[in-house]
Design a protein around this ligand. Structure first.
Ligand code: A3P
Length: 346
């Protein structure tokens, strides 16, 4: 009897011991992988073989991210950059707009692709005369380091509406790919207003109501001098671009669908950029607290966009909304006709 009890106790101790060792090993593995994400760890540990395969598997994302982070911080030596053929490349695709269309979400989501490297900041090279005067080498130096087979993408939504930009981009690269992300024009205008309103409130300044800005008080018509309204007349801006680039060089992204169901939109962009399909359901998960899709790079690294994306819009007088929608309608029709992409905008 005593012997039996002792055997049982030994068995229990063995099971408990195994569990403890298993947990310990798991923790060590987790800490190890977390450690690899820390920017301070030596770069050598992350430098892989110089000859990467044509299509980088998704699991190398963490490596890519860590390496680029170090390079941006200036931690990589010239030797390492040379050894791994790392280059600062001019963008082969640009998200030219539209402001508040979801440009940041699109850039971040495309950056999930192992063959895409994003320029983190809006560079404003082509729309800012001072920056433009600094020359193309200045622009190139703003780009992240990448492997030669990767493509660099930048986004500056002001490009879409700035007069001089199409010609300037054409002079840099006449075959560049241009991405435009649009939302239903009235919603976009309200989103634009909301961003400016928040800026004013932060500075303790007062601001007009959306209705007062969007509707001309004298004529009671839509105020086309109001920038948020003008920006939403997509076809007007696009027509300026079409003087330089054929329509095939543009891809229109549905910004409303990117919010509710991003993957199909991203797959269309992958195809447009001639990239193998690599972004999957795994990389995008809906975060109920945030109310948006967030990004999953790997088992330990995921992120949502900043809180400045997805602001609550003020309520707008329905008669003003109706007036704006009626106003945008013919421009929208023309936009569908030119681009070949139709939306269910009212
Ligand atoms: P709202 O703030 O009006 O909701 P941009 O980056 O061009 O400024 O666009 C901002 C818009 O991106 C936000 O507008 C938001 O709706 C939209 N968006 C799309 N996908 C998003 C995502 N996954 N997380 C946060 N915002 C997203």
């Amino acid at each position: 009897m005593l012997f039996k009890q002792q055997a049982l106790l030994r068995q229990k101790l063995f099971v408990l011991g195994s569990l403890a060792i298993g947990s310990l090993l798991y923790l060590v593995a987790r800490v190890g992988s977390l450690d690899r994400l820390q920017p301070i760890c030596p770069i050598e540990s992350r430098l892989g073989p110089p000859h990467l395969p044509e299509q980088i598997p998704l699991r190398t994302l963490q490596y890519k991210r860590g390496l680029l982070h170090e390079l941006r911080k200036g931690n990589a030596t010239k030797e390492q950059i040379r050894l791994h053929n790392l280059v600062q490349q001019l963008p082969r695709a640009i998200i030219i707009g539209v402001r508040k269309g979801g440009t940041r979400a699109l850039l971040e989501m495309l950056n999930l692709h192992p063959a895409v490297v994003k320029a983190s900041q809006e560079i404003h090279f082509f729309d800012n005369d001072q920056n433009y005067a600094r020359g193309i080498d200045w622009y190139r130096e703003k780009m992240p380091f990448s492997f030669p087979h990767q493509i660099t993408i930048e986004k500056s939504p002001a490009y879409f509406i700035t007069e001089e930009v199409p010609e300037r981009i054409f002079k840099m690269n006449s075959s560049i790919k241009l991405l435009i992300i649009v939302r239903e024009p009235t919603t976009r205008a309200v989103s634009d207003y909301t961003q400016v309103l928040e800026g004013k409130e932060r500075k303790n300044k007062t601001y007009h109501k959306f209705e007062k800005l969007a509707i001309d008080g004298n004529t009671c018509e839509v105020n086309t001098k109001y920038k948020a309204v003008r920006t939403s007349i997509y076809t007007k801006h696009l027509e300026r671009w079409l003087k330089y680039f054929p329509v095939e060089q543009f891809h229109i992204v549905d910004g409303d669908r990117l919010i509710t169901d991003p993957l199909p939109e991203l797959q269309l962009v992958e195809r447009f950029l001639n990239l193998p399909s690599r972004i999957s359901h795994y990389n995008l998960y809906f975060n109920a607290t945030r109310g948006f899709y967030c990004l999953r790079f790997n088992i330990v690294f995921n992120k949502c966009l900043a809180g400045s994306k997805g602001r609550i819009h003020p309520e707008v007088d329905p008669s003003v909304v109706a007036k704006l929608r009626k106003f945008f309608h013919p421009f929208n029709q023309k936009f569908y006709q030119i681009t070949g992409r139709t939306f269910n905008w009212p």
